[in-house]
Ligand binder design. Structure first.
Ligand code: ATP
Ligand code: MG
Length: 420
C-alpha cells in the first residue's frame, strides 16, 4: 500500500483523526509558548535591567543590610547572630536579620524592584567554604543609574555603622573578611603603658602616615614595621587595637602558625589587604624559631610547620608596598627567639618593649578604675602591689580590680592576692 493511502486511512480512523487534531492544537500551543518565551527574552533584554552581586563581592554584605532596611514588610528572614565577649566578661549578642533566600519586592526610587537572593546547594566557594550565594536585582526600564544609587546608599549605610568603630578582618582563603561586628573603638588612654611609650609609637605612626612624599622622593617603599615584645598580658594587643581606633584604621589579623598558610597565600593576602588597615602578625615567634638554633633544639623548625617558609615570610614583608601607608605590627613574648633577618630595619623599624607594671602604671590604672579616690590611695596601692609581687602584668591588675569593682579599699587590702 502506498504511504499516502496509509495516511489517508489513518485520518479516517476516528481515534487517529482526533489525534491529528490534537497534534495541531499542541503545535499551536508550542508555537505560542515559544513566541511568549522569545517575547519575554526580548522584553527582558530591552525593558528590564538586572544586576547580579555574588557573595564574594565586597558590596554583598552592604547590600544585604540595605535590603533588610528597605524590605521591611518581608516575612521571610534569616538570622545572623554575632557574639562578642567583652574583656570585662560581659557577653553581647546581636541578632541581625537578613532577607532569606528567595524573592523580595522593594519599592525604591518610584520603581518596583525584585530582589532575588539565591543560595546554591551544590556549589561551595572554595576560598571560604561557604555556600555560593548571590543577590540579583531586577527593575523595569533601561536606566542603570538606579543600581548605582542603591550601591552608593548601601555603602554609606555600612560606613555609618562602622563610624567610631574598629573593623577586624581575618584571612579567609585568598581574601580578607570582616570578623564579628565592628567593635567600639577602644580609647588609647584605656591602655596604660609606661610613661612616654604610647606617645613614642603614636607619634611615629602618625608621622609615617602623614609623609608619603618623603618616601617616594627617596625611592623607599612606603611601609613601616613595628615590633612590640614583652611578657604576656601587658597590653601589646590592646594597645594595637586602641591605636587602630585612634587612627580610624581597621585591623587585619593574621596567624602565621595557620597550617594552611603558604608563601603564595601570604604574599597575596598582604598585597590585597584593605586600605587604611594595620596588618597584625601576633606571636611571630610561634611560627618560626631562629635558624641559628640546632635542629635538635628547634623541633618546630626541624619538622617544618605548615607550608609557609621563613624566606617566604621575609619576601612577603618586603613585597608589601603600595601608595597607601602600609603598617605591619608584630608581637612576640620572646624576642630572642626571632631571627635577626626578620627584625632588621626595613622589616621592623621600631621595636618597643612592653613590660610589667611600673609604679607609675599601677597608680594610673588605679585612678582610671576608681576615679573618685584620692591620689594617695593610688600611691598606696602601687607601693603595696610592688612590695608583694616583683612582676605584675596589667592583665593581672585588671582582673584584681574586677574582683573589687565597687571596693577600692578591698583592692588595696587584698593586694597580696593579685593572681595571673
Ligand atoms: N597596659 C594595660 N593597660 C590596661 N589594660 C591592660 C594593659 N595591658 C593589658 N591590659 C588588659 O589585659 C588584657 C590582656 O591584654 P593584651 O591582650 O593586650 O596583652 P598582650 O600583651 O597582648 O598579651 P599576650 O602576649 O599574651 O598576647 C586585656 O583585657 C587588657 O585590657
Ligand atoms: Mg597579645
Amino acid at each position: 500500500m502506498p504511504l499516502s493511502d496509509f495516511l489517508d486511512g489513518l485520518k479516517d480512523n476516528p481515534y487517529f483523526g482526533a489525534g491529528f487534531g490534537l497534534v495541531g492544537v499542541g503545535t499551536a500551543l508550542a508555537v505560542a509558548r515559544k513566541g511568549a518565551q522569545v517575547g519575554m527574552i526580548f522584553f527582558r533584554r530591552h525593558y528590564m535591567i538586572t544586576l547580579e552581586v555574588p557573595s564574594r563581592d565586597k558590596s554583598y554584605h552592604w547590600l544585604l543590610s540595605w535590603i533588610t532596611k528597605h524590605a521591611r514588610h518581608t516575612q521571610h528572614l534569616s538570622v545572623e547572630t554575632s557574639y562578642l565577649a567583652h574583656e570585662s566578661g560581659r557577653v553581647h549578642t546581636q541578632f541581625d536579620f537578613h532577607p532569606s533566600p528567595g524573592n523580595h519586592i522593594i519599592w525604591y526610587g518610584r520603581k518596583w524592584i525584585r530582589v532575588e537572593r539565591t543560595r546554591e546547594k551544590q556549589m561551595v566557594d572554595l576560598h571560604t567554604g561557604t555556600p555560593w550565594e548571590s543577590v540579583t536585582f531586577t527593575a523595569l526600564g533601561r536606566d542603570r543609574q538606579i543600581f548605582f544609587n542603591i550601591l552608593q546608599e548601601a555603602r554609606e549605610l555600612a560606613l555609618k555603622q562602622e563610624e567610631g568603630r574598629t573593623v577586624m578582618y581575618t584571612a579567609m582563603g585568598a581574601e580578607w573578611r570582616p570578623f564579628g561586628f565592628p567593635r567600639r573603638r577602644r580609647p588609647l588612654s584605656s591602655v596604660v603603658l609606661e610613661a612616654g611609650v604610647a606617645e613614642r609609637i603614636v607619634d611615629d605612626v602618625k608621622d609615617f602616615i602623614g609623609n608619603p612624599k618623603w618616601y617616594t622622593d627617596r625611592g623607599i617603599p612606603y611601609r613601616r614595621g613595628y615590633l612590640l615584645y614583652g611578657p604576656p598580658g601587658c597590653g601589646k594587643s590592646s594597645f594595637i587595637t586602641a591605636l587602630a581606633g585612634e587612627l580610624g584604621y581597621s585591623i587585619c589579623l593574621m596567624s602565621l602558625s595557620d597550617r594552611t598558610l603558604s608563601d603564595d597565600r601570604l604574599n597575596h593576602l598582604l598585597s590585597v589587604a584593605p586600605q587604611q588597615s594595620i596588618i597584625l602578625l601576633e606571636d611571630v615567634d610561634a611560627a618560626f624559631v631562629s635558624r641559628e638554633l640546632l635542629p635538635t633544639e628547634n623541633p618546630l623548625a626541624y619538622q617544618g610547620m605548615g607550608r609557609l617558609t621563613f624566606s617566604g615570610l621575609l619576601n612577603s614583608l618586603d613585597g608589601v608596598a603600595s601608595s597607601e601607608a602600609r603598617i605591619v605590627f608584630m608581637t612576640t613574648n620572646f624576642i630572642d627567639r626571632l631571627d635577626a633577618a626578620l627584625i632588621r630595619p626595613g622589616r621592623v623599624d621600631l621595636k618597643q618593649y612592653i613590660g610589667h607594671c611600673t609604679h607609675w602604671q599601677l597608680t594610673q590604672m588605679f585612678r582610671r578604675f576608681y576615679p573618685d579616690e584620692p591620689a594617695s590611695e593610688a600611691e598606696q596601692f602601687a607601693e603595696l602591689a610592688l612590695a608583694a609581687h616583683s612582676e605584675i602584668s596589667a592583665a593581672q591588675v585588671q582582673g584584681h580590680f574586677l574582683l573589687h569593682k565597687m571596693d577600692p579599699a578591698g583592692a588595696i587590702d587584698n593586694v597580696g592576692q593579685i593572681r595571673g
